[in-house]
Write a protein that binds this ligand. Structure first.
Ligand code: PAF
Length: 279
């Protein structure tokens, strides 16, 4: 596995690789969810590369940029064991050199949900992913369904800016009790870790209603809210039953629905989602 720190080195290494290339962009602190992306890429592409970059532009003021877990040695060992060909580990100055002033901004689908709670977040995500797609020129890029809105936003960007890459979306990996695997789970104290299962339980409560024939989206949002109220350590930021493409809140569900929620458990903010019905 080759470790690369600069765009110039990345371009020359990539130029020597012929055949399909799979990119797994990450912020490090790799877990089994990331491993599932790497494994899928390994099966589907001749060459695979990962990036590790904790992107300051996607963290708001007062968010966890400073304390975001950094586990580089472990990450490199994992990527190597999974057969990764190259790993790009740029510094902040490499991605955003002095004088940097160019941003990629997707409009409508960034407005609700995470965008409302974290106003600059998606501008940071789309900008860094656009830079990585330009530099790696991958055939496929792999993302987790766990960040459902990120996937919708990135698909929009790829279409709008004519990137010739296929975005591959891999299922959310869960702990045995249903908690979605996330680097931020490391922040949870033992009692909070127990409480955090409430996100999955709320989604299951709404899905149960859907499976029972309920098509009034407000009833699904209410099912999530009332489950969340049962957990004293949980503070809901939003619950949503939205159109999976536009992310607008639905009244009546005709086809599919994206059920999603953001919840504070103590100081930790967690998100999760289910994509339900025909897409
Ligand atoms: O999903 C993530 O880890 C990040 O948002 C990404 C796509 C690597 C961009 O920094």
């Amino acid at each position: 596995m080759q470790t690369i720190y600069s765009f110039s080195e990345l371009r020359s290494v990539r130029a020597s690789m012929h055949g399909s290339f799979g990119l797994i962009p990450t912020m490090g602190a790799l877990h089994v969810g990331h491993a599932s992306l790497v494994e899928r890429a390994r099966q589907e592409c001749n060459y695979i590369g990962a990036s590790i970059f904790v992107n300051p532009a996607q963290f708001g003021v007062g968010e966890d940029f400073g304390k975001y877990p950094r586990t580089l040695e472990h990450d490199l060992a994992l990527l190597e064991s999974l057969g990764t060909d190259i790993v790009f580990i740029p510094s902040v100055e490499t991605i955003y050199p002095p004088g940097y002033q160019t941003w990629v901004d997707v409009a409508n689908v960034t407005a609700p949900l995470e965008g409302k709670c974290r106003p600059e977040h998606f501008r940071g995500v789309t900008t860094v992913v656009a830079k990585l797609l330009n530099a790696f020129t991958p055939s496929k890029a792999y993302f987790g369904q766990k960040d459902a809105q990120q996937v919708v936003v990135l698909k929009r960007m790829v279409r709008d800016l004519n990137f010739s890459v296929e975005l591959m979306v891999c299922p959310t990996v869960r702990e045995v009790d249903g908690l979605a695997v996330s680097s931020r789970n490391a922040y949870l104290l033992p009692a909070e870790r127990q409480a955090a299962t409430i996100l999955h339980r709320a989604l299951c409560a709404a899905k149960e209603k859907y499976d029972g024939g309920e098509r009034n989206a407000e009833m699904l949002r209410a099912a999530m809210q009332s489950m969340l109220k049962k957990e004293p350590l949980a503070l809901a930021q939003y619950v949503s039953a939205a159109d999976p493409e536009t992310l607008g809140e639905l009244d009546r569900i005709e086809k599919g629905v994206l059920l999603s929620l953001a919840v504070r458990i103590g100081k930790t903010r967690l998100i999760d989602n289910f994509l339900v019905g025909d897409q």
